[in-house]
Write a protein that binds this ligand. Structure first.
Ligand SMILES: [Zn+2]
Length: 215
């Protein structure tokens, strides 16, 4: 992937919430974001949306920072999209993440659909794909990571009924080694504590009642 780059044209001003829609204006001169940063937009977006209670607020915050997720960049023009559209776009990205991370890419190619307006720019030996849609960019950000390194932290809260507060808040992560199960040392320790506690509850608590002398 050394000679292949991915970029997106984006950038907005005056983004605001209008009912169940977000409106604003594309910058006259687009900002260009290049894939390959240590903090991909896709990772931040999926983690932020996973715990979203107020999608309108999240969508607005994201749009102010990066631009509309599902609308092609059109410099200088106004834009408008619905919160539902944004939510659907995020859902599709999470599906892409799950699909790519669990697929064996050597056995079965995964075709990623682009949108109109993408183009390749070639400079010497460097080829760059430039898109005008952030969701397309985020899809490629995910696809360029080797599948075994696309992870969901094992310390994720899987059931709504689970009450503990030390579950992972940033479950989507890119591992640096395919043996990594947790996004951070804190998550590894929290999971270890929970396993110990569950084991204790199942195996020891009952037996200990009245049978063991106080130390
Ligand atoms: Zn974690």
């Amino acid at each position: 992937m050394k000679n292949f780059g991915i970029e997106v044209e984006t950038g907005v001003s005056g983004a605001e919430l209008a009912g169940d829609q977000i409106t604003g204006t594309w910058l006259p001169t687009p900002r260009v974001i290049r894939a390959g940063s240590a903090w991909p937009i896709a990772v931040g977006l999926l983690n932020m949306a996973r715990f979203g209670a107020n999608y309108a607020e999240l969508a607005l915050k994201f749009t102010k920072k990066y631009g509309p997720l599902t609308v092609p960049c059109c410099p200088g023009s106004p834009f408008r999209f619905s919160i539902q559209e944004w939510k659907t776009g995020v859902g599709q990205l999470q599906q892409t993440w799950d699909r790519i991370s669990t697929a064996n890419r050597k056995a079965l190619p995964i075709n990623l659909v682009g949108y109109s307006g993408e183009y390749f720019s070639v400079t010497g030996e460097q080829i760059t794909l430039r898109t005008r849609r952030l969701d397309t960019f985020a899809t490629f950000e995910i696809a360029r990571v080797p599948a075994p390194l696309l992870r969901v932290c094992a310390n994720v809260r899987r059931l709504e009924t689970m009450q503990r507060s030390d579950f992972c808040r940033t479950p989507n992560f890119i591992a640096s080694d395919k043996r990594e199960k947790y996004c951070s040392e804190q998550c590894a320790q929290a999971a270890q504590r929970r396993v110990k506690l569950e084991w204790w509850n199942e195996n020891r608590r009952g037996k200990q009642n009245g049978t063991q002398k106080a130390r």
